[in-house]
Design a protein around this ligand. Sequence first.
Ligand SMILES: *Cc1c(COP(=O)(O)O)cnc(C)c1O
Length: 360
Amino acid sequence: MARVYNFSAGPSMLPESVLNRAAEEMLDYNGSGQSVMEMSHRSKVYEEIIFGAQSLMRQVMGIPENYKVLFLQGGASLQFAAVPLNLLTGSGKADYVVTGQFATKAYQEAQKYGEINLVATSKAQTFSVIPDLDPAAFTPDADYFYICHNNTIFGTKWPELPETGDVPLVADISSSFLSEPMDVSKFGVMFGGAQKNVAPAGLTVAIVREDLLGRARKDIPTVMDWKQVVDNDSMYNTPPCWPIYICKLVLEWIQTLGGLEALKARNQYKAKLLYDFIDNSAMFTNPVRPDCRSMMNVTFVAPSEDLNNAFVKAATAAGFVNIKGHRSVGGMRASIYNAMPVEGVEALVAFMADFEKKNG
Ligand SMILES: *Cc1c(COP(=O)(O)O)cnc(C)c1O
């Protein structure tokens, strides 16, 4: 069996041991005589999976007691609307920092529901930095302050979180989820699609501070109302049963690796291998200001479109797949999420060095 090194930005690689375990349990989960895909979400056997996944998420992330873990559907994109629908009911105002394409989408979606203030944007720098913030531009009575923690397409990450005082910080963590320890108490809400680092596509996770529940607009669709979701144990309607099961296996895998601290060290090591090579290369460059570089999505370009295309083609043929940059930016992007082994990054660096030698 030949497995490729898959640098896809999402859906992306899952740990091989998780896939093997799921394969072993496919036809008969834990003596139930059924696969997880087939069982009732109201059954005892499934309750152990969903509640087990929630409680493991709390353990692994160190989630404080006064936060709830919600399993949702509709992707991070549905949360772009769910955030204002759930929270924009005090002053009706919110602050947004626009650092890339997903932050732009969230900002545009929120404008349907209230008075949205653009605090800062790095659009003029083609999103190659996280912009400096002027606290004088913050709205003191905002219902929340919104950021995208890791910008998947442009390969940037917030070097430190903004200080928003009593205004709850809301963060899209789709592509930095479970990549390193995060101080949950600094956030009002964190949410992300699971398909980058946590599970297959179909599951969206939100972590919501309790005092932010119950503020939703009266006309919010019930399935989007975080309080309804919590009151129904994330089973107001049928949950994405299979992705939640894989999420549980991924969390168990993280525990066996030594938790998020150990994972962070491994992720930093992988990212450094790649950035160090790029910084010393005469062919490849990374456009991101070093203090804003993402640990998960490493973008790079060669000096010409022809070379970019030749690189992607040669890399694909050599088993490094999905390494083409996002269609809106071009170039290359290596997404090196948790499940990408160190050997995958080492092999990519060796391949890049060889390509440079032959084509430089
Ligand atoms: C992938 C991604 C999204 C979109 O997620 P969907 O689940 O496709 O809606 C949003 N934000 C970030 C940061 C992402 O990486």
